[in-house]
Design a binder for this molecule. Structure first.
Ligand code: NAP
Length: 253
């Protein structure tokens, strides 16, 4: 990965939810390389979060790990407390934590527990962090929420997951307007198929191969591809983009 050091990022503090692995881990490394102090949030895998923090710190960056279930409002408030205690403030919130059912059941076969889990983490999780951010993000801050290109692709099996991501796009757009006067941008990013456990788990080689070739760029996205787009949105150069959804997907839709 190419590391860049921008003065605009240096000294900023970012919370990245779900950063123990996958796309979130790539974002934490990228923003740390750009000069931000990063809070590596995770749900359960403390070993992976601690290893990532150690790697960032060994490379000269600033990072702490912080356990919090984003679906739990009190835990999210404590996550912001941890960030402020470690680094004095919060400038950037990346709402990356999310879940997708590996079996991708049709709507008629989706049980209540699965529906609730998807909405609790994907929707309420981002709602919880944005509500804290409204009170606690610095003037000039940035929020990036996570949608998915399946909102546009509308493939069978994705109804509840895609619905949760549609909610994210809507909340992002409205929240950007509600923050008028604070000079905080709110955008959503909508990756296409990206090579992480969330995408790969439960899929056959055949399905993975087919989806790998679906975009005109003929490959899966990488976590670094998505981290680069997020780094742009939170940079000074991304400052005029507000209330938008950016599909980062190699052109699949
Ligand atoms: P992933 O590899 O499965 O990683 C998920 C991360 O979220 C892990 O760090 C996990 O922590 C954390 N997490 C899960 N539940 C949480 C909770 N309740 N509270 C806090 N953290 C939680 O997923 P990914 O592929 O990187 O996905 C990242 C985001 O991109 C998600 O919002 C996903 O919907 C979106 N997305 C992914 C793709 C794709 O193809 N991969 C495409 C479009 C959109 P633990 O390690 O502790 O479990």
């Amino acid at each position: 990965m190419t590391m860049t050091n921008t003065t605009s990022a240096s000294g900023k503090v970012a919370i990245i939810t779900g950063a123990s692995r996958g796309i979130g881990a790539a974002i934490a490394q990228r923003l740390a390389a750009d000069g931000m102090a990063v809070v590596v949030n995770y749900a359960s895998r403390s070993d992976e979060a601690d290893a990532l923090v150690a790697k960032i710190v060994a490379g000269g960056g600033k990072a702490v790990a912080a356990k919090a279930d984003v679906a739990d409002a009190a835990a999210v408030a404590a996550l912001f407390d941890t960030a402020e205690a470690a680094f004095g403030k919060v400038d950037v919130l990346i709402n990356n934590a999310g879940v997708m059912p590996a079996g991708l059941p049709m709507l008629a076969d989706t049980d209540d527990a699965s529906f609730d889990n998807i909405f609790d983490i994907n929707v309420k999780g981002s709602f919880n962090t944005m509500r804290q951010a409204a009170k606690r993000l610095q003037h000039g801050g940035r929020i990036v929420n996570f949608s998915s290109s399946v909102v546009g692709l509308a493939m069978p099996g994705y109804s509840v997951y895609a619905a949760s991501k549609s909610a994210i796009e809507t909340m992002s757009n409205i929240f950007a307007k509600e923050l008028r006067g604070k000079h905080i941008t709110v955008n959503a990013i909508a990756p296409g198929p990206t090579a992480t456990a969330l995408f790969l788990n439960g899929k056959t080689e055949e399905v993975i191969e087919r989806l790998s070739k679906a975009a005109p760029l003929e490959r899966l996205g990488t976590p670094d591809d998505i981290a680069a787009a997020v780094a742009f949105l939170v940079s000074a150069d991304g400052g005029w983009i507000n209330g938008q959804t950016l599909r980062a997907n190699g052109g699949i839709i």
